[in-house]
Design a protein around this ligand. Structure first.
Ligand code: FE2
Length: 544
């Protein structure tokens, strides 16, 4: 069956194509529209469909809209209960109306799709499938948690013979994700998008109010309750650009640690209930790599896998996988996060020619790039298919030297990011245990944090967070031979088996996706060397 998965209701609109149980393509609309997160997370934007991402998925799969057997939407409007505490019935009605009409909206964007059958998949079933069916485990336990779906904010269950069995769901208004979003807003950041900044901030202080939050956020049998929270009690509301006070960091730390404790208790409950050895996770909460590491390190499961597109974008893939599995198809685990657009050499050369920039094709690209990095240059690295999910994983990345502390500030400046936010290292899987501990290895998707070994902290200061951790990406030599050779060649020059890897974009923009995006970003920011497939472009004045 050819199943087109669509996420469009809340934020991070995305599309995915699953054909006969194989993941063929998945992409977020923001990479096409160049609007970060695709749209505003408000009810009146729920009509917007990921039309460009969906059209590309069909092209990538070599099929037309008329060939689609099922369109799977990751939201089931009949499950909405707009009488729930804390929800605004007026806005809920509007969102529900748009969600019900999503198939019609999509048909206008993708003519020909009217022959397809539309299916609404419950939001958390879609999150669950994006984890449990995409993970490399086979049947496993699954935990999803986010701001909200239709009427729930968490699901705990397991896959048995490829089908989802739900053990518990938490109903709204109780939501770990909405609590974290409220805090994000209180601290002067964008809710439903900037939560990772709160996680980074939490490392700067002690959880001074943990006992208060243990009262406010309580664990129940396979669920939790969250009391209404008056955030002013611990720290004043911060406006964007205001000074960050210790009180803000202490509040962030308190909520972060309580979140970790609650998730640990939920995983223990789920483990007792299922007896499974493997856990797969998704939902926006599963992008919290500090919590993920505690679950992997202290929790009861032998192995934990997190969907790289754990946020709502991943529900496009999950909705399609869910329908495939429910239809009795054998679903294959996803092979990697590189499910987005890719470009051939001829296309890359044509874009370079059109831009009339001088470029060349080095005999040994890996050596050329390693040399540039060793000279402390910033490299824009564009290779293969774009990543699905928020992390750059060596396909649309900025690379830099990890040995110079100043590179944290330098890259945060390029990207217009707050200086308290860390940048991350990529490292060959086989070398990772020398440098990094506690978190799981391999860690190909940057979804866990690791402790940096004491003897390495001074050698790679650019990538060590204030608490001595790093959010690593391990590179598998077989899957990423070119990147592995860059790491080898850089290590041969510097003695450092790791380089800085951050996403290839500037402030407020989505990651670059096509070669023109990359050229525009290169033109507007102090990147020294742009690598587009086998070609390199040097910034004028940068020595060779
Ligand atoms: Fe979600």
């Amino acid at each position: 069956m050819r199943i087109l998965g669509i996420n469009s209701v809340f934020h991070d609109p995305a599309a995915a194509l699953v054909v006969d149980g194989d993941v063929v393509a998945a992409a977020e609309e923001e990479r096409f529209s160049r609007r970060k997160h695709g749209k505003q997370p408000v009810p009146f934007s729920a009509w917007e469909q990921p039309e460009r991402a969906a059209a590309w998925c069909l092209r990538e799969g070599g099929i037309s809209a008329a060939d689609v057997d099922v369109v799977a939407f990751s939201y089931e409007p009949t499950l909405v209960d707009n009488g729930l505490d804390g929800l605004d019935p007026g806005w809920e009605d509007l969102r529900t109306t748009y969600a019900e009409r999503a198939p019609r909206f999509l048909r206008t964007a993708l003519p020909g799709i009217e022959h397809a059958r539309s299916r609404f998949v419950p939001h958390h079933y879609a999150h669950a499938a994006s984890a449990g069916l995409a993970a490399p485990f086979g049947d496993c336990a699954v935990l999803t948690a986010d701001g909200r779906g239709e009427s729930t904010s968490m699901l705990a269950g397991e896959y048995r013979y490829g089908k989802l069995e739900v053990h518990a769901q938490q109903r709204l208004p109780h939501s770990l994700g909405l609590m974290y979003e409220e805090l994000t807003e209180h601290l002067g950041f964008h809710r439903a998008g900037d939560e990772y900044k709160v996680m980074a901030l939490a490392a700067y202080a002690k959880p001074a109010h943990l006992s208060d939050f243990a009262e406010l956020v309580r664990v129940a049998d396979g669920g939790f309750t969250v009391a209404p929270i008056d955030w002013e009690r611990w720290a004043p509301r911060r406006r964007p650009g205001d000074e960050m006070l210790t009180a803000h960091a202490e509040l962030a730390a308190s909520v972060q640690v309580r979140l970790e404790e609650v998730l640990l208790e939920l995983t223990r409950w789920l483990h007792d209930r299922t007896g499974r050895r493997h856990l797969a996770m998704a939902g926006g909460i599963a992008l919290n790599c500090v919590a993920n590491t505690r679950i992997a390190d202290e929790g009861p499961f032998d192995e934990v896998w997190v969907q790289p597109a754990a946020g709502d974008a991943g529900t496009a893939l999950g909705a399609a996988l869910h329908v495939a599995a429910e239809s009795g198809e054998a679903v294959r685990p996803m092979s990697g996060a590189d499910l987005g657009r890719g470009f051939g050499e001829a296309e890359l050369a044509a874009k370079l020619d059109a831009a009339r920039v001088p470029y060349e094709r080095p005999d040994d690209l890996a050596e050329e790039v390693a040399e540039s990095l060793a000279r402390d240059e910033i490299v824009g690295w564009f290779q293969g298919r774009a990543e699905f999910g928020p992390r750059a994983l060596g396909h649309r990345s900025l690379l830099a030297h990890p040995g110079h502390a100043g590179n944290l500030e330098r890259l945060n400046d390029v990207k217009g990011r707050e200086q308290f936010r860390p940048i991350a290292p990529m490292v060959l899987t086989e070398r990772a245990p020398e440098l990094f501990g506690r978190g799981p290895i391999p860690s190909p998707y940057m979804l866990f944090v690791h402790d940096v070994a004491e003897e390495w902290r001074d050698r790679i200061p650019a990538v060590v967070h204030v608490d001595g951790t790093a959010r690593i990406q391990t590179v598998d030599r077989n899957r990423e031979p070119l990147l592995a050779r860059v790491l080898d060649a850089f290590a041969a020059r510097t003695g450092l088996p790791t380089v800085v890897n951050t996403s290839f974009n500037t402030a407020g923009r989505p990651m670059v996706d096509d070669p023109v995006d990359a050229l525009e970003c290169f033109g507007a920011s102090p990147i020294d060397l742009l690598v587009l497939g086998p070609f390199v472009v040097r910034r004028p004045g940068v020595r060779r």
